[in-house]
Write a protein that binds this ligand. Structure first.
Ligand code: SF4
Ligand code: FES
Length: 338
């Protein structure tokens, strides 16, 4: 008989959770859900090798494990640190973490232009959210920001290198979803940039997913460019019988017109199923799709004005009868809204 694997007991900001050995602190926090989940600008659960680049997910390990309770000497990247049995982690309850996160945001914004009023990503930009939550009102930076020669990476995708935070997600998409890769990060340090090097167009069945994974407005959809502010659009889930991908998408309507097609995203802004470029760029008529219903948008998002979401109980509540009992009213409400 196979030996039963013992879960590890971990506490994050005082909330206990049990997870399988090998789980990262970030994924353990996502099992709990809510405000204690560290923000992540480079980690992307479905992209192998992602994480460890941006440091926004830093947390404090105040107790290493049951066997060795010594705290870890420095803050650690929760997306790259796996849990130990008995580990105690502090995220929003640690002033050190909040202070360090403020520093990380300031660092990310050193070279990021204040393009929000003209950037298509505004309203969906994770750096924008992070700055509101952890940033400071003014910059202390007095030098010229980095700028780059504009390069053309094809008809469908627009690259604004000045906005890139070098999270590597788009590189992982190209590595893992397409048959060959034409772009990457060239040079290092202050000179590092996303580039095709010999100015090739990015052209693959799934390359459009770089737009969805980019946490900022560095890679945007040329076919949607400047068409509308995202909070004036109406997102609707739809599907079609696609021979290349799952065909499950979100259609973004302006009046009766579909002005953008994207993958469907989860509460952590990660695409649930990557979609092909035909679904994304070439099927923009309502007649191409079977409509499933309005997209659920977090009530904290600016896109949520006039949309309401049902309660999404964190996994620990769903699995625990006592917590389910305590949340019975909200659970009933979410059932009614389905
Ligand atoms: S272009 Fe976007 S996805 Fe690619 S590394 Fe830069 S910020 Fe990340
Ligand atoms: S999300 Fe952990 S380092 Fe970027």
């Amino acid at each position: 008989m196979a030996e039963e694997i013992q879960n590890f007991k971990v506490t994050i900001d005082g909330i206990p959770v049990e997870v399988a050995p090998g789980t990262t602190i970030l994924e353990a926090a996502r099992r709990i859900g809510g405000d204690i989940v560290p923000p992540a600008m480079c980690y992307y659960s479905s992209l192998e090798g992602s994480g460890g680049k941006c440091r926004t997910c830093l947390v404090k390990v105040s107790k290493g494990s049951e066997k060795d309770p010594r705290p870890m000497p420095k803050l650690v990247a929760s997306c790259r640190t796996t849990v130990m049995d008995g580990m105690e982690v502090m995220n929003v309850t640690s002033p050190d973490v909040l202070d360090a996160r403020k520093g990380v945001v300031e660092m990310l914004l050193i070279n990021h232009p204040l393009d929000c009023p003209v950037c298509d990503q505004a309203g969906e930009c994770k750096l924008q959210d992070l700055s509101y939550e952890h940033g400071v009102g003014a910059s202390r930076y007095e030098f010229h920001r980095r700028t780059f020669e504009r390069i053309d990476i094809g008809e469908k995708i627009q690259l604004h290198m000045n906005r890139c935070i070098l999270c590597y997600r788009c590189v992982f998409v190209a590595n893992q979803l397409t048959s060959s890769r034409q772009h990457g990060i060239i040079h290092r340090g202050d000179h590092a940039e996303i580039s095709t090097y010999i100015k090739e167009a990015l052209d693959h069945d799934f390359i459009g997913n770089v737009i969805d994974v980019c946490p900022v407005g560095a890679l945007t959809d040329k076919t949607f460019r400047f068409k509308n502010r995202v909070w004036f659009t109406k997102p609707v889930d739809a599907h079609r019988d696609c021979p290349t991908c799952s065909g499950k998408v979100t259609l973004w309507y302006k009046g009766a017109d579909v002005i953008r097609v994207t993958g469907r995203k989860d509460e952590y802004n990660e695409v649930k199923e990557f979609i092909c470029d035909t679904c994304r760029f070439d099927t923009k008529k309502t007649a191409d799709w079977i409509i499933d219903g309005p997209t659920q948008i977090s009530s904290e998002s600016v896109i949520a004005s006039n949309h309401y979401t049902a309660l999404q109980p964190p996994a620990v509540i769903k699995d625990n009868p006592a917590l389910k009992e305590a949340n019975v009213e909200q659970m009933a409400r979410s059932e009614r809204l389905k």
